[in-house]
Design a protein around this ligand. Structure first.
Ligand SMILES: CC(C)(COP(=O)(O)OP(=O)(O)OC[C@H]1O[C@@H](n2cnc3c(N)ncnc32)[C@H](O)[C@@H]1OP(=O)(O)O)[C@@H](O)C(=O)NCCC(=O)NCCS
Length: 182
């Protein structure tokens, strides 16, 4: 059963490369990521990351779609859908919810919307990579139908939705956008 969605939550999807191209989203992404608490930041970036690393990520990230979660106009979470184009496009979702807004269904709502946006773009294979200790994203992704895949790194896990193929996680991301696993 999906977590209950926070009342007043609105989600909006921005395709950053669609004209007119705007850049404010980078400032919003940077500010959002810098507001994350230490544990949330650790889980978002799959390891310790300095403010400079986080800001650099926001400056270089090239998501196909950025989804904002707002309550009463206030930004409380963001999801990025990165897509490696090709005859068989591959997607990766990365998301975060600011600490005071967690455990209210916002993460699950963002994740489900990112999957929907991937499907709208014909993305058949969707991945998420996370620390094995991250129970929240494990729950969210498995409820969305993703299959968990053990990683060679004992600290890491990934989950996949789409056309499953054993041992394909690394191959699928070989040559993927370099910023997507920063
Ligand atoms: C993962 C994340 C987005 C979840 O956001 P959220 O808004 O708290 O998620 P939800 O409220 O939709 O919770 C979904 C489920 O996870 C559970 N959950 C949330 N935080 C949890 C935690 N710290 N520990 C255990 N379970 C947790 C919720 O209780 C809920 O389960 P339930 O329905 O059985 O109660 C948020 O924790 C976060 O930003 N984490 C850091 C970034 C990250 O891990 N991103 C994924 C890798 S890119």
């Amino acid at each position: 059963m999906q977590a209950q969605i926070f009342p007043g939550l609105s989600l909006s999807a921005l395709p950053p490369d669609t004209p007119p191209v705007r850049t404010e989203w980078r400032d919003q992404l940077r500010a959002h990521l810098l507001r994350l608490g230490p544990q949330t930041r650790l889980n978002r970036f799959l390891g310790a990351s300095s403010d400079a690393t986080v800001a650099g990520y926001a400056a270089r990230a090239a998501p196909a779609v950025l989804i904002e979660a707002r309550v009463g106009g206030q930004l409380c979470g963001m999801a990025e859908l990165h897509v490696r184009p090709g005859p068989r496009p591959v997607g990766e979702i990365a998301l975060s919810v600011e600490d005071v807004w967690q455990r209210q269904g916002i993460g699950a709502a963002l994740f489900d919307r990112a999957v929907l946006e991937a499907r709208r773009r014909g993305v058949g294979d969707i991945w998420i990579f996370y620390l094995r200790s991250n129970l929240a994203i494990r729950k969210i992704s498995e409820r969305a139908g993703f299959t968990r895949i053990e990683d060679a790194d004992p600290a890491m896990a990934s989950a996949h939705l789409g056309r499953p193929a054993a041992g394909e996680a690394e191959a699928a991301w070989n040559g993927a956008p370099p910023d997507s696993r920063d």
